[in-house]
Design a protein around this ligand. Structure first.
Ligand SMILES: Cc1cc2nc3c(=O)[nH]c(=O)nc-3n(C[C@H](O)[C@H](O)[C@H](O)COP(=O)(O)OP(=O)(O)OC[C@H]3O[C@@H](n4cnc5c(N)ncnc54)[C@H](O)[C@@H]3O)c2cc1C
Length: 321
């Protein structure tokens, strides 16, 4: 945490290749992994040598993840996996995947799920990149056809996949709710507002813009303080849970608002992107405008975070009256 803060203060690039490994695969391995799995995977994660990807979502299972259908059938010392995943971030460049499969189609849907660790070069796996609205290609569909995964690569017990995922998702939401990138974003927006003119004066002197910057600063500070509560919990050895949805939800709001705010600060220049010679800061803020989905939809949509907060933190009833 200290290293991350210091790197962010220096505006160093984020933790890059090891991001998923450090944020949620490693912690899941520490909690559920065998000694052999920990010895194999933790050191390369810490050394930043291995890229992990996360195979949860399927075409028919996103918010309702427990409905997943990708199945694994035991055959001797292997599981044989068939099915499809989608929206798998960084799958094209990963060496390993943390994968959720259905091992018991007859069990209650949360109980029939198992977590496997899969090498991305296993025969029978096909990765098809998906083009995004900003022109980039960051995630992919992954298809499994009779993919054999050793039973030794199962993380946790058979049928324990949902418990593994709940912990991993809390860590994912806590990492998405991380505040340091947003602090830089906020500073950048203030600096942009001091350069751009709006209604004949600096955008920074416009009361509407000032109010929006102040609201964002308040949200980012609330996230920072909430993040310290998570840290305290972790230092006490307690698992993170539903509370991580708060920062994930605020991050979604700040992500969307920062793109809109930049557009309003830039005024008519706000519609010019990278290739235009007139684009402000070479279209940096337009990339922010189009770059919100990983933070807003990835790790669970805002609606799902609100459901979690309502039911698990506020104790509100599951069904509307
Ligand atoms: C950039 C990006 C990166 C991603 N990376 C990964 C990854 O690496 N690995 C991975 O497995 N997945 C990844 N995802 C997938 C992501 O987790 C899912 O897209 C997300 O969980 C939503 O699922 P869905 O797309 O199937 O939408 P749906 O679940 O079909 O949701 C559609 C809409 O219905 C709403 N909705 C659904 N259920 C409810 C409910 N119960 N109450 C209220 N509203 C509801 C949702 O909020 C949403 O607005 C990524 C997604 C994005 C955009």
């Amino acid at each position: 945490m200290i290293l991350k803060e210091e790197m962010a203060r220096q505006k160093a690039p984020p933790l890059g290749i090891s991001y998923m490994g450090l944020a949620w695969v490693g912690p899941a391995l520490i909690k559920y992994g065998t000694d052999a799995q920990k010895a194999e995977h933790i050191p390369p994660i810490l050394r930043g040598e291995i890229q992990w990807c996360t195979g949860y979502s399927e075409p028919g299972a996103g918010s309702d993840l427990a409905s997943l259908q990708c199945k694994a059938v035991r055959d001797g010392d292997d599981y044989v996996v068939n099915g499809q995943k989608i929206w798998t971030s960084l799958a094209m460049w990963s060496q390993w995947m943390i994968l959720l499969v259905r091992t018991d189609p007859n069990a209650a849907k949360h109980l029939g799920i198992t977590c496997l660790l899969v090498r991305m070069d296993t025969p029978g796996m096909t990765v098809k990149p998906i083009k995004e609205m900003n022109g980039g290609t960051m995630f992919a569909e992954v298809f499994f056809e009779d993919v054999r995964v050793p039973v030794a690569n199962r993380l946790g017990a058979e049928g324990q996949g949902w418990d593994v995922t709940k912990d991993a998702l809390a860590n994912e939401r806590s990492s998405i709710g991380d505040v340091w990138a947003l602090k830089h974003r906020l500073e950048g927006l203030k600096e942009l507002a001091s350069r751009c003119r709006r209604r004949g004066r600096r955008a920074l002197d416009d009361p509407g813009i000032r109010q929006r910057l102040a609201r964002m600063e308040t949200q980012v500070e609330a996230m920072r303080l909430n993040g310290l509560r998570f840290l305290t919990k972790q230092l006490r050895g307690e698992a993170l849970g539903a509370e991580t949805s708060i920062n994930k939800l605020i991050r979604a709001r700040v992500e969307i608002e920062s793109g809109r705010l930049a557009r309003d600060i830039e005024g008519t220049y706000g519609v010019l992107a990278k290739k235009s010679p007139h684009a402000i800061d070479d279209g940096k803020w337009q990339r922010v405008m189009l770059g919100w989905p990983p933070y807003v939809i990835g790790g669970g949509t805002p609606n799902i975070q609100k459901n979690v907060i309502a039911e698990r933190l506020l104790g509100l009833p599951h069904d509307a009256p």
